[in-house]
Ligand binder design. Structure first.
Ligand code: FAD
Ligand code: NAI
Length: 591
């Protein structure tokens, strides 16, 4: 009888799944054929990118209303939060990618190409074709230098770029959405491009995995000296932001859980992991309690953390460091170096900024947009930007405060009490979202300005203090969380727009973008994670959630990223990978 019930459940489950799949495909095809009939009569939206910003946008755009074309050199979505796990083999490569075609279906046209230029006047983009079949086989082989195999210190491998003479093409748009992300920032540190690994793309993770295996196998060579063995097994991570921390944590897990069994003598005597950070603590964007916890936890995990230390150069077999306040440069012999010191704008982003002009596009980190995410300086409002390549222009905090102060100071006395002022700030939070983020600074500034403890402050005193806060005002963080909320927002905005020629969105009753911070998460190894809810008001503030760390945070981290996986296929693969790693360990073969 149990078997019968099980059979019924299985048949119903499989039946439901296939019916849903069939329905989804039917819907895609009918939308596509309806949509094909009207091509040429509908406005065309071109979306650049297939990342965290572009995919939610593509999924939600109304293809009955628009002809939607996506252009990107990558024909898949990459689950970046799991890249550190891929780099040590906890999770396999195919688990963290999903084909863009299976995500958005045929109703969105996808063109595999790299956009290299935008002409906002002619409303045209120029692209380089990426497809191998489209590459003409000339002799002008372009070479790029890849991180070397570090076992013997051999010189960098020269990879022949398969892209030789790439054909270019132009494409017209009515609306362009730029969601091209960012690239690694090396701060022009010598030797980084040639000798260090980045952790940004899938290929980076695969190269790191191979390099770790390479280092261990090379260290086993019988002719190796002790010093050389120690160098080969010294892994250096540069940058104590979330990327560096998560990679160091995963590496420590790999060493303790797997390599320890295969190389017991090497692990106990020679393996070393060093994390180098220029500031005085790691994870500086999170709560101080979390940084402290991570540093203590890393000590337990045998990860050396060098704080207040700058990496000045990366060489074939060493990194050169300099301590804050010292002139001396110290050499650290090592093999695999992972460079994670933050991000910068891509060439295309800089090209668009250049076309618009640096007097309007003043932020070097990305494209400045208004609060509807339209790029500033494009008069007809036809270009949107979101995700890592965009920054929402914020009015200066001092100017907002001055306006609020003047509004609250109905008696025109030139001074106010905090309660009066805070009531007004609360009322205006939806209008000026950064008031919420800076509400603590405002309170502090008020206390600081009120030197006499009279309960009143003058506008001049408050302004002087808030000038400092303004310098600290940062754009929204460059995270997947921001990019996906922005993507979804632009899709709903464009679906609602009644007149795309009109730039007056207020008149069309369209709301500006408002970011809802849900907290920040990072895996710190040893089955522990950290979770910071600072600034996540009002969602989590209701529960008065404090920063979380340890195993409970790790379960939350895992469940969060499990639910974030876009499809059933990747969810299943991820569950299998975690179970496989837990039972059989990671595969450490080099391929
Ligand atoms: P991306 O997701 O980078 O997408 C950019 C897209 O544009 C890509 O498809 C790319 O191929 C395409 N593209 C590039 N150039 C061109 C061009 N010229 N023309 C057309 N297309 C182009 N954030 C979190 O919130 N939580 C995390 O846990 C987290 N973990 C991370 C771990 C790692 C290792 C890394 C590197 C980042 C992590 N992030 C995390 C940050 C997050 O990945 C980024 O903020 C997010 O990917 C930004 O989304 P995006 O759409 O702007 O860019
Ligand atoms: P980051 O900018 O967050 O951190 C880089 C760190 O490198 C900084 O602490 C900086 O002080 C340090 N640094 C810079 N130059 C250095 C040098 N020469 N020597 C030593 N240290 C140096 O960069 P990261 O970690 O690459 O993250 C990029 C973006 O992706 C961030 O916006 C981050 O929030 C996001 N991200 C978020 C994750 C999460 O939420 N779990 C995980 C990974 C990335």
């Amino acid at each position: 009888r149990r078997l019968k019930n099980l059979l019924i459940v299985t048949v119903v489950g499989v039946g439901t799944f296939y019916s849903y799949r069939g329905y989804r495909r039917y819907k895609w095809y009918s939308e596509m054929s309806d949509s094909d009939k009207t091509i040429g009569t509908k406005p065309r939206i071109v979306v650049l990118g297939t990342g965290w910003g572009a995919v939610p946008l593509l999924k939600h755009l109304d293809t009955q209303k628009y002809e939607v074309i996506c252009v990107s050199p990558r024909n898949y979505f990459l689950m970046t939060p799991l890249l550190p796990s891929v780099s040590v083999g906890t999770v396999e490569t195919r688990t963290v990618i999903e084909s863009i075609r299976s995500l958005v279906g045929p109703r969105v046209k996808f063109v595999e190409a790299t956009c290299i230029n935008v002409d906002p006047k002619a409303k045209t983009i120029t692209c380089n074709n990426n497809g191998e079949q489209n590459v003409s086989r000339g002799d002008d082989v372009k070479t790029i230098v890849a991180p070397p195999s570090r076992e013997s210190g051999a010189s960098s491998r020269i990879i022949k770029d398969s892209a030789r003479t790439r054909p270019q093409f132009d494409m017209k748009y009515d609306i362009l959405v730029v969601a091209v992300g960012s690239e690694n920032n090396t701060f022009n540190t010598p030797g980084v491009e040639e000798h260090a690994h980045f952790l940004k793309e899938l290929l980076d993770a695969r190269r790191i995995r191979s390099a770790i295996s390479d280092a261990f196998e090379s260290a086993m060579t019988p002719t190796q000296t002790i010093a050389e063995r120690k160098r080969l097994l010294h892994f250096v991570v540069v940058g104590g932001g979330p990327t560096g921390v998560e990679f160091a944590a995963e590496l420590a897990d790999l060493v303790r859980e797997d390599l320890q069994h295969y190389f017991p003598r090497l692990v106990s005597s020679d393996v070393k992991i060093t994390l180098i950070e220029a500031l005085d603590h790691v994870l500086s964007m999170m709560d101080k309690k979390i940084s402290d916890y991570t540093e203590r936890h890393f000590r337990r995990e045998n990860i050396d953390v060098l704080m207040n230390t700058f990496v000045k150069e990366v060489k074939q077999r060493e990194v050169i460091i300099q301590l804050k306040g010292s002139e001396e440069r110290i050499s650290i012999p090592c093999s695999v170096v992972v460079w994670a010191t933050g991000i910068k704008a891509r060439p295309l982003t800089n090209r668009i900024r250049e076309i618009i002009g640096s007097t309007i596009q003043t932020n070097r980190m990305g494209l400045l947009t208004d609060r509807y995410l339209r790029v500033k300086g494009v008069e007809d409002g036809s270009i949107f930007a979101l995700g890592d390549c965009a920054t929402i222009a914020q009015p200066k905090l001092v100017d907002q405060i001055q306006l609020l102060f003047e509004e609250a100071d109905t008696q025109h006395r030139g001074s106010l009490d905090l309660n009066q002022f805070q009531t007004l700030v609360e009322k205006k939070v939806t209008e000026f979202p950064q008031l919420e983020i800076f509400s603590k600074s405002i309170e502090k500034a008020f206390a600081e300005a009120d030197k006499e403890k009279s309960g009143y402050v003058t506008l001049t005193a408050l302004r002087a203090i808030l000038e400092k806060a303004d310098q600290k005002i940062r754009a929204l963080p460059a995270t997947a969380q921001v990019a996906s909320q922005e993507g979804r927002y632009v899709a709903h905005l464009l679906n609602q727009v009644t007149d795309i020629q009109s730039t007056d969105f207020k008149q069309q009753n369209l709301k500006p973008f408002q970011y809802k911070h849900m907290g920040a998460l990072a895996y710190v190894g040893g089955d522990s994670a950290v979770l910071d809810f600072t600034g996540s008001k009002p969602v989590f503030d209701l529960f008065n959630l404090q920063p979380l760390s340890g195993r409970s945070a790790a379960y939350l981290w895992k469940s969060f990223y499990f639910t974030e996986m876009f499809t059933g296929r990747t969810k299943t693969l991820l569950a299998f990978d975690w179970v496989r790693t837990h039972i059989f360990g990671r595969d450490i073969s080099r391929y």
